[in-house]
Design a protein around this ligand. Structure first.
Ligand code: V47
Ligand code: SF4
Length: 393
């Protein structure tokens, strides 16, 4: 007998539930592979009961990926936390005039970090940081070239659209030209940060001064056209309403229809410590799981939905694997401070490959190591870590 529920079994569960008929029809649409309208997406958030949303999101996830749950081995370089912007939710940045409280890494210091991983089978470096007024396009092109020359096989995923927008305007180059220069120097893909909430009603309140929705989407579209895949995020669970979340996902879904350049969608849970929004309560775990389930149902053209364990915590991450998530980021090795400074439980986020594989396996899933663009590197079996000789480096 198959491990997975059939469409008929899920339909039957929906029919037998006490949910209203409108919602039943919406959920059945997703099972039939039909696209949800923004109104239908909002209704799922407003009225959808978590067990039913989870069942349907899990069905779609298993249709696409079975038990496979992807992870990669990566480390972060955060060149600086000095930033010209003043996002209300940010616990991490320091304004330029207080830059002595923050950090700024030199090229040599960043290359020392890269060299630290020389004998480890890491496949990706994720480079992201504050928007420092003195670190420019030429500096980052040089960083790309040095990393590429030192370790050609290491995939460089770097820079949010917020950092790039500032970098290109300062260098007085177009987005196309700036992206081309970085790509030629070695940049291969972009992370999804800086998206926050696109809708201006919220964006103006939480991060008014940085690149707007159109600018963010244009930079990602340009990367896609140059053949560079990117990720997308959404900062949820603060002052936004459900309609803002749907508006955000709708814009991403439209761009994905055009370019097919997004790899994965990562809902980022707002954490409220040490920032200007500390009075805003954090979302409950029920809201977290609902967010992942609705993302899976609404973003029908995104192959992957990713949970960022460093921010969500290990146990919630395991739960998300039954609510639509098929992708977990990453081994990290204590190289990011964005979430520990915002109050995440993980103050020194690092997981060995064994821990990450076990986290996935003990949630009943199959751990699959991937590279940045989702080529499978290795599928782990339950037996892999029972025999010391089998433990990969
Ligand atoms: O854009 C900042 C978020 C993002 C807080 O693409 C906060 O693979 C919650 O985008 N509470 C940067 N979130 C991190 C990011 C990311 C992380 C992991 C993987 C990938 C990927 C991308 O962090 C920012 C912002 O949305 N953030 N402060 C906070 N207090
Ligand atoms: Fe700067 Fe990014 Fe923090 Fe905003 S979220 S203040 S852009 S580091």
């Amino acid at each position: 007998m198959s491990d997975f529920m059939t469409a008929d079994q899920v339909q039957l569960l929906i029919d037998q539930s006490h949910t209203d008929n409108g919602l039943k029809d919406i959920l059945k649409k997703t099972i039939a592979g039909e696209r949800l309208t923004p109104g239908e997406g909002s209704l799922l958030f407003e009225k959808g009961e978590l067990p039913l949303l989870g069942t349907v999101a899990n069905y779609i996830r298993e249709q696409r990926h079975g038990h496979h749950t992807y992870f990669n081995r990566n480390f972060h370089i955060e060149p600086t936390n000095v930033c010209v912007y003043t996002c209300q939710f940010c616990s991490y940045s320091r304004v330029y005039k207080h830059r002595e409280e923050g950090w700024e890494l030199s090229l040599e210091q960043m290359m020392d970090i890269v060299r630290r991983y020389d004998d480890q089978p890491i496949t990706e470096v994720h480079i992201v940081g504050g928007v420092h007024p003195k670190l420019n396009l030429a500096f980052f092109c040089e960083l790309m070239r040095q990393i590429r020359a030192h370790r050609p096989s290491l995939h460089i995923k770097g820079f949010t659209a917020v950092e790039l927008d500032y970098m290109f305007r300062k260098a007085k180059v177009s987005v196309e030209e700036g992206m081309r220069l970085l790509h030629e120097a070695g940049l291969q893909s972009m992370p999804g940060g800086g998206a926050e909430i696109f809708h201006p009603e919220i964006r103006e309140k939480i991060c008014a001064d940085k690149v707007d929705a159109e600018g963010w989407l244009y930079i990602h579209a340009t990367a896609h056209r140059l053949g560079m895949p990117t990720n997308a995020t959404m900062l949820y669970g603060h002052i936004e309403d459900y309609r803002h979340r749907i508006d955000h996902m709708e814009r991403l879904r439209q761009l994905q229809d055009e370019t097919r350049g997004f790899n994965t969608f990562i809902p980022l849970k707002f954490r409220n410590q040490n920032n200007d929004m500390s009075d805003v309560p954090e979302a409950t775990i029920i809201e977290d799981l609902k967010m992942y389930a609705v993302a899976r149902l609404y973003l029908d053209n995104f192959a992957h939905i990713k949970a960022y364990w460093a921010m969500l915590g290990r146990q919630t991450t395991q739960l998300t694997l039954a609510y639509g998530v098929d992708d977990v980021d990453g081994t990290l090795d204590d190289t990011t401070k964005i979430y520990s400074m915002a109050g995440a439980e993980e103050q020194h986020p690092a997981m060995s490959t064994e821990e990450l594989v076990r986290l996935i396996q003990s949630a009943g899933r199959t751990a699959v190591e991937r590279d940045t663009v989702y080529h499978v590197i290795r599928t782990y079996s339950e037996a892999d870590f029972n025999n010391a000789a089998e433990v990969p480096a």
